[in-house]
Design a binder for this molecule. Sequence first.
Ligand code: PSU
Ligand code: MN
Length: 304
Amino acid sequence: MVGSRVRTPPDFGTWMVEAKPIVALESSVFAQGLPSPANRTAARTMIEAIESRGVIPLVTAIVKGTPAVGLMDEELERFLGRDGIEKVSARDLAQAMARGVDGATTVAAAIMLAHSAGIEVLATGGIGGVHRAPAYDESADLAELARTSIVVVCSGPKAILDLRATSERLDTLGVTIAGFGTSELPAFYGAESGIPVQRVDEPAMIASIFKAKRELGQTGALLVVQPPPAQYALPASVVERAVVEGIRESTRAGIQGAAITPFLLAYVDKATSGRAREVNLALLEQNAALAASIAVELTRFALR
Ligand code: PSU
Ligand code: MN
């Protein structure tokens, strides 16, 4: 079984038997998505938001070649140091294991590891998706969301992407989307995209949707999207200007593939004098909190 290769904490078996609520976290947002020391703040606030709700947070990563769900303190420190930590998406998992390197997992790789360990909920900031022209790039997050049965809580696809194309692809792939407190797909840095989604107002309803999806035997994720906290949200025009400039700059610099997302996120941070980073931190904490509430609701169904 795949899951048997994933390292988990010593008490993990007991937690599963007792149906303890657990939320998995990806680690690429800490090692590539956010600079230091913001990444440390993000890790701390996410972990606290989950633990304060009586839920167990477990960070996913490849630790010197070992796929792991749940990092020890010194391992998390190493990943927050960012140095020598590779970005690992679905296609990179096997190579990172065989090469024995430290790899920070994107949403695609993180949901593979979390699901194979038996975890049902993951929290992140924004998922990857279809990039805007001229980059012929589409995040592996989409393909993995299509085949992994898990609840992923985020603030929509990152605004650096082509949101409409990303939303259409999610649709084609049969990924179920629930807008938490919103009827509009959030655009990561802000609430508005003009793209409609089905609204849901209660974590218990999200648990019911996930249960129904399972009963159907429909594989694939339930993507829960919520807008960033209003007091931090950036106006769409400000984000758009920064993204367009960033794409022009990345094209000129020849940035490709896995390097595109971290480049654009850093560019938008700089172009908004750090306001993008503030909203990023706020939404990560808010998503971790919602993921914890959903994990608690799921324990009522004891699906595992
Ligand atoms: N969300 C954030 N910041 C990030 C990411 C998500 O707030 O840095 C990361 C996630 O790990 C996501 C990845 O899976 O960016 C997408 O990268 P790519 O487009 O190369 O697949
Ligand atoms: Mn790519």
